[in-house]
Write a protein that binds this ligand. Structure first.
Ligand SMILES: N[C@@H](CCC(=O)N[C@@H](CS)C(=O)NCC(=O)O)C(=O)O
Length: 321
């Protein structure tokens, strides 16, 4: 685990000491957009996605690639589940340049890059650079930028719901998606306890909301749901034990559990979930919190059981089902 400093790889763990024991996530460094008549125009075969199957942020982009019919237009390379001294590595040399490590792609894009080397990465083969490495933006790009090419106009970020989606995302990001990391990487008891309590009060809030709404923003599935899903699906098998998020399990929340099952059973989604990568990555890659690298056995709830969400209204008119 490390980061690039002026283009040089430096092996170091997260610096929590200068933040009073708290984990602070760095902002992503590449933030361009794919759009017609711009430097990054939509095209088939031009863009390539680098992901980890373990990573909840990268997982969002794989889900949107699947839902938007982008698989034949945007290739994917998956990193090795273990993230060690060299950061993310490839089990086989990656297909575009034969690199062995993700950090080589970052310095290919920007020779003097300073920052963390994270996945997902949306790579442009033509300009040989990273277009964007912020999953929240990559999923919005996938939601609409390639529609003319694919003819798939399913919309997971409809204009009329954007304010509501962003309102929900803000709390879900800070207290749940990133909240599990804040609890798991804390190096101070009080900081951990606060993150953990905040996380569970946010889950309590969603449990109540999902008693009234089929999905987070109402009767339609939106990006807000897929952003939450990738954390929920990892929760009981990994975050509950490894990140000490153990006040309750998702299995203890009837609405969240039914909702998690419904999303997992949505066409194409189960194929994007790889529990073996997920468990190998977390339990193996964080020696400061699991020095013996024992991978815990629990697999979480049965996600194929009936979800029992049919009593709540679902509007599928904007999505090709
Ligand atoms: N803001 C980024 C965060 C991505 C991120 O932190 N990914 C993790 C994997 S789960 C990573 O690559 N970490 C490597 C590191 O922090 O050095 C996004 O959502 O795309």
């Amino acid at each position: 685990m490390g980061r690039l400093v002026e283009g040089q790889w430096v092996d170091q763990w997260y610096d929590t000491d200068s933040n009073g024991g708290a984990f602070k996530r760095e902002d992503a460094g590449f933030r361009e957009w794919v759009a017609a008549d711009t430097r990054f125009a939509p095209d088939s075969g031009r863009y390539h996605l680098y992901v980890s199957l373990a990573c909840p942020w990268a997982h969002r982009t794989l889900i949107m690639r699947r839902l938007k019919g982008l698989e034949e237009h945007i290739g994917v390379t998956v990193v090795h589940p273990h993230m060690l001294e060299q950061g993310w590595e490839f089990a086989e040399p990656e297909p575009l340049y034969g690199y062995r490590c993700m950090h080589q792609l970052y310095t290919h894009a920007r020779v003097n890059y300073t920052g963390r080397v994270t996945v997902p990465v949306l790579w442009d083969r033509r300009e040989e650079t990273i277009v964007n490495n912020e999953s929240a933006e990559i999923i919005r790009i996938f939601n609409s930028a390639f529609d003319a090419l694919t003819g798939n106009r399913d919309d997971y970020y409809p204009a009329a719901l954007q304010d509501e989606i962003e309102r929900i995302n803000e709390r879900v990001y800070s207290e749940i998606n990133n909240g599990v990391y804040k609890a798991g990487f804390a190096t101070d008891q009080e900081v951990y306890e606060q993150a953990c309590r905040e996380l569970f009060s946010a889950l309590d809030w969603l449990e109540a909301l999902l008693g009234e709404r089929r999905y987070l923003a109402g009767s339609r599935l939106t990006l807000a749901d897929w952003r939450l899903f990738t954390t929920l699906v990892r929760f009981d098998p990994v975050y509950h034990g490894h990140f000490k998020c153990n006040l309750r399990r998702i299995e203890d929340y009837p609405n969240l559990l039914g909702y998690l099952r419904e999303l997992y059973q949505y066409p194409g989604i189960a194929d994007t979930v790889d529990f073996s990568h997920i468990k190998q990555h977390y339990y193996y890659s964080h020696p400061t919190i699991n020095p013996n690298r024992i991978v815990a056995l629990g697999m979480g709830p049965d996600l194929l059981a009936p979800h029992q969400r049919d009593g709540l209204t679902a509007d599928t008119s904007q999505q090709g089902r």
